[in-house]
Design a protein around this ligand. Sequence first.
Ligand code: ADP
Ligand code: MG
Length: 703
Amino acid sequence: MFKHSSNILQTPIEYLKGVGPQRGELLRKHLSIFTFGDLLQFYPYRYVDRSSIQQIRQIQQDGQFVQLIGRIVFFDIVGQGRARRLTATFKDASGQIELVWFQGISWAEKLVAEGGNFLVFGKVNLFNGSWNISHPELEKLEKEKNETNLGLMPMYSSNEKLKTRGITPKMMSKMIQGLLPQVKPTDLPDYLPESICTKYRLCDRFNAMQHIHFPGNQDDMQQALFRLKFEELFMHQIGICKLKLNHQKSRGFYFEKVGDYFNQFYKNHLPFELTDDQKNVIREIRLDTQSGHQMNRLLQGDVGSGKTIVALLCMLLAIDNGFQACLMAPTEILAQQHLVGIQELLQEMPVRVGFLSGSVKGKDRKIILQQLEAGEIQILIGTHALIESTVVFKNIGLSIIDEQHRFGVAQRAQLWKKNVLPPHVLVMTATPIPRTLAMTSYGDLEISVIKQLPPGRKPISTIHRTEMHRARVMDFIKTEIQQGRQAYIVYPLIEESEKLDYENLYSGYEQVKQFFPDHTYKIAMVHGKQPIEEREQNMQAFVKGKAQIMVATTVIEVGVNVPNASVMLIESAERFGLSQLHQLRGRVGRGADKSYCILLTTPKLSVTGRERMRTMVEETSGFAIAEKDLELRGPGDIEGTRQSGAADLKLADIIKDLPIMEQSRQAAIDILLMDPELTKPEHALLKHQLLQRPDQEIWRHIS
Ligand code: ADP
Ligand code: MG
């Protein structure tokens, strides 16, 4: 028999009344709820305000969220295969609306069949002239009891598998209701320092936990939410800020001087005047590398803003100080483009440049590795192959990572093992990073930004067309090709329906071939499912101008440079994210010719869909587009941003809760400035808590 430990929150979940071994297993497996404490942190994802119920007749706007009460008067399963769905007619006193399920059909059918009153919540769509809601939240209302209770009701999530096995959202609610009275204030000690709680007016943890699950009123709920979000973000930020502090303190190589390599190149071989932003970034990096500490800097600059030349100048700076430098790209093709570009820039300079990737094998590889270890290679360009442990430098002083988002944080850390002190690290990305992400995923890095584009760029005309104009669009591409230009045609790839996407790609390819017959045109197809050699070969055919058209998925999104390409046609553009569209568009407009980006969509776009296309047509700056993108995202998209950002946030939303994040970051910085190792007695509880968290590795390394 299990004995209760001193803290009830550590009790395994199966010992909760009404749970038992079977449900316990389900909760562990599907919701990662192992203990009472985990259950307590299974927060409601929203509250139903029973006092605000809409009438069906009053629905006006596509995309509006509504909450309705009524009955199901009819339901049926229709369609086959992918179109198979459950439809139900839902009625209140004012009118009726259609509900649709494409997934979880059997569960929904069972629930719908029960009859009685239901609470429906969801987003309305206008479909064939009438309103419907697909995948609404549907909750059976118990007679009278709930309907007359006009307070805030917590809603818990569940999934279909759990629902069919008796763990419904309602069941979750009951379990939590059963648990809360057993929890004492001493089980939930407040580990946030008192100074912080006072300054930011946080309610205590015990109360917050009670109120988050069963708020008496809006006020209690808001206070509880604020407190718990603050805590969550604070615990995350204090780790990141500590990491940054450590970076700033860790010893790094001292780049004493600007020497001949840099100066000679700058004076004699720089093909253009640097923009002010480029000069500023170089200045910042110069300061970093003279500080005696390791540099960890993120260079953010829109597509085509000229990050490569900055990278090269910094590598020359490293060489001037007797160090080696490396430049890593996420794909073979990008790495090779860097090699070619940099060799060309350096052709009259006595710099030894080497190349290493997975494709460099056998004897060639051995030679490269030897030259590297002997210090004969001064600049090494390549792919992730560079971080393998077999790659040994004589004296690496600077590592540059291009297009960070394909490189993990852990991989970045691998670099540090390559010399007696960690080399300086510069990460370059064209993906605009919203302020929130800058504080989370990149929170340990210093940030530099290139905002200006080099002068003389011809703006890219962006045009939105629908399917109906396909033939004219193809004719336009034809005239461009006849003038010697090249064109990209890109198809969306969305993992959920991968098979269908590839069918689209292949049928698209066949369609393109009909417009551009074999005997006059060469079309290169490039996608992620091809064998690497085939892909590289097709890619090279386009890069070298042997193929006039490239039909591709978004594998070309990042970095490919073909200045002769003047048209980017994006198929089903409504299915891409705005930032992704912007990245794709950046593939053209790189040469002297006027370039075009054509967004092809269905004629039947939603309101937001049209707004998104308009944004692309009107906006040219990646930053403006990234901001608009966040603004246009509905609640449905938030999951993705969550994953991309802070680890494991249960409550806080890194986009919407930016103000709380800023406050919690400031709070974390204040504490660390006062007590960097958290050794003061008033921080003992906090330290203890941090030491127990798996994501706070950093505290375990210090005494
Ligand atoms: P990205 O930041 O997207 O990596 P690149 O470094 O590839 O951009 O630069 C894009 C193009 O702009 C290159 O052809 C490069 O030679 C050119 N370029 C970079 N800086 C300048 C500048 N200051 N003036 C003119 N052209 C520049
Ligand atoms: Mg680049």
